[in-house]
Design a protein around this ligand. Sequence first.
Ligand code: ADP
Ligand code: MG
Length: 456
Amino acid sequence: MTAWRLDHSVRRDTMDALSDAVWGDVLEYVRAHHATVARGWFSRLRPGPLSSGNLTIYVAKSDQLEYMEAYCVGSFVEAAQAATGRLVSVTFSLAAAPSPPRGVESERVSFQNDGSLARLNPEYQFEHFVAGPSNQLAHASCLAAGENPGRAYNPLFLHGAVGLGKTHLLQAVCHQILDDAPASKITYLSCETFINHFVEAIERGAIDTFRYRYRHADALVIDDMQFLSGHERTQDEFFHTFNTLYQVQKQIILSADCAPSELPRLEERLISRFNWGLVARIDAPSLETRLAIVRKKARLRSIDLPDEVTMLVATRIKTNTRELEGAITRIGAMGALNNGVIDRALAEEALVDHVAPPPPEVRIQDIMSVVTGVFGVKLSDLQGRRRSRSIAFPRQVCMYLARQLTRHSLEEIGGFFGGRDHTTVLHANKLVSRRRENDVEFRSRLESIVEDLRQD
Ligand code: ADP
Ligand code: MG
């Protein structure tokens, strides 16, 4: 009897189709819990039969199928199980009925990278990018190019140091163009791949195919153009590719680690073309931008960072956003091993490779000049023998600061301030420390003096 029921339920499964409501739940779940993989065209996915515990999901295009298989199996399995309350596996399949014409390369979306389809990182979209003063122009021009390819800024040239978001922005434009027009043919690749393809094409005598591929793109997006330096023949080929696409108003977006005019061993005619459109520099992000990036990346990874830790990461890592991201991942992993508890101590441990840079060396002359300013005493008084309280106390502050902030010995410090011995310095140190403990106003004054000194 039990066996029959089981068998029966399996056969009922075979006939199941997901109701629109359940399918809606699946999509909503993916969008809510796996925002990084969700794409605009998910609304065009169609549920197939739920058969023997496996749900087939139909995808309209082969590149979308590749994307689903590469990035989305786990999230859809989870979503299908949550929405149906059953143990369900998921298979993606190309929609059979109105199948797209096959074999016509120019009609397919094509990410060429080493001859195969290049995968865009699903996280590298505009919604996951934090705009700030350091990248505002680059961000705005990429948005415009994505919305209005070939018309807004052409060519668009981004440059900046490593890890500042060039690749992210380039791919965000590709995502945007594809979201708006999924049939667009975008050639996105690194400059090295372009060079390799060109060399191979020459070796195989297939230069015509190469040219057809690159000169019939709706958008040509090439990362890390600095690698073109010194490759004269490839530069010549690129020059003609550029001209062909430019003339028919196809969007060209390039990135490099420096401005066009600073690219070494690059033909003048290319440099001048790169400057035809818009050149946007990306600088290192400000603290506010870094804080926003840390929050965004942590949220994307479902890592709950206390404010104190967010601040620690953003102040410790200043120049390279990729390192910022690595730190968040490390903190998240360590937090998971720590029963999900992420606190300052754990973050400090995760950031051991990013110890705060040693504060700049403080010179005794700087201490004296700050103290004379704050206490209204003369330099000569500090180094003199007078012991009146109005002079003795600022002198003791100098000794304390020299002890705390410089590497001079007690003897040296004592000698410097009016030929005193080391016990005088010890006494001064103790006295000022005690006052610092007991007198809130004095403490904040002292702290601002130290801060001033450290900033020089
Ligand atoms: P580049 O190509 O300039 O070396 P990437 O685009 O690879 O840098 O960026 C490195 C990492 O930092 C990526 O994971 C990217 O998502 C992230 N990143 C950089 N800038 C930002 C930003 N402004 N907002 C969000 N993420 C950023
Ligand atoms: Mg890059």
